[in-house]
Design a binder for this molecule. Structure first.
Ligand code: URA
Length: 210
């Protein structure tokens, strides 16, 4: 289970997550917290990005200083809840390119069906952060990664707020090369496919829908 799975067990992350779990937390605060935790998860996800030394002149003297090298990241939001993590990640990594994957569940086959797909043309040359707050059954997450790989993506990290063991197992079976970074590995899924104890429907809570 632990292969390629990182739980960011940091006091700030856990504190903010507790407010997100609280059913009385209003949407505006929920959105803000999601953005803040997304940045802390991204801090972990980006710690191995390559650097190159370049000359910079401080007010005192020239020096060699590290800058990010090569093509920058691609952030891919899995609609719609992924959008709740996107803006704050773009503040942190303004040079990132952005893609979107839209999937819905066919009521008869229960399989994910693509309704929107747009990613940077050079995605094969970029490290990809696929973002979705909830890794629940893993069905849509795995389908989104299938699409990204078909478009050429090779180095993918999946960033989520909460993960269920079932979703992690499904992702690790289908895409063992994809690293999962999450704020919490929760207990299980219930019969409706909600993560338990979870925080409810992330999209509804961030957008105030039901
Ligand atoms: N999607 C959500 O928004 N919440 C869950 O608990 C599971 C999937």
């Amino acid at each position: 289970m632990s292969k390629n799975l990182t739980v960011v067990d940091h006091p700030l992350v856990q504190h903010k997550l507790s407010f997100m779990r609280d059913k009385t937390t209003p949407s505006a605060h929920f959105r803000q917290l999601l953005g803040e935790i997304a940045q802390l998860l991204a801090y972990e996800a980006t710690r191995d990005l390559p650097l190159e030394m370049r000359e910079v002149e401080t007010p005192l003297q020239p020096m060699q200083s590290p800058y990010l090298s090569g093509k920058k990241l691609a952030l891919v939001s899995i609609l719609r809840a992924g959008n709740g993590m996107l803006d704050s990640l773009l503040h942190l990594i303004p040079s990132a390119r952005v893609g979107f994957v839209g999937l819905y569940r066919d009521e008869e086959t229960l399989k994910p069906v693509q309704y929107y797909f747009k990613v940077p043309e050079d995605i094969s040359e970029r490290d990809v952060l696929a973002i979705d707050p909830m890794l629940a059954t893993g069905n849509s997450s795995v389908a989104a990664i299938d699409l990204l790989k078909a478009a050429g993506a090779r180095r993918i990290t999946f960033l989520c707020l909460l993960a269920a063991p079932e979703g992690v197992a499904r992702m690790q079976e289908a895409h063992p090369d994809v690293r999962i970074i999450t704020a919490s590995l929760d207990e299980c899924l219930n019969e409706q496919g909600y993560i338990v104890p979870g925080l409810g429907d992330a999209g509804d809570r961030m957008f105030g829908t039901k």
